[in-house]
Design a protein around this ligand. Structure first.
Ligand SMILES: [Zn+2]
Length: 57
């Protein structure tokens, strides 16, 4: 088995826990903690994918 080391998209620290990830227009991003994830979302709203269930009636 090969383990691929991932780095936090925001702070470049090694990602120990694979649970903080975010699907963006540029692909799946990984983060070291929930803080980095939420900061990334705040800083890059244009990269976020629109919610699937957001439809106009
Ligand atoms: Zn981080």
């Amino acid at each position: 088995m090969q383990s691929i080391k991932k780095e936090c998209t925001l702070c470049d620290l090694a990602v120990e826990i694979s649970g903080f990830k975010l699907e963006t227009k540029e692909g799946l991003q990984h983060f070291c903690c929930e803080g980095c994830l939420s900061i990334y979302r705040l800083l890059n709203p244009h990269k976020l994918l629109p919610p699937l269930n957001e439809k106009k009636k």
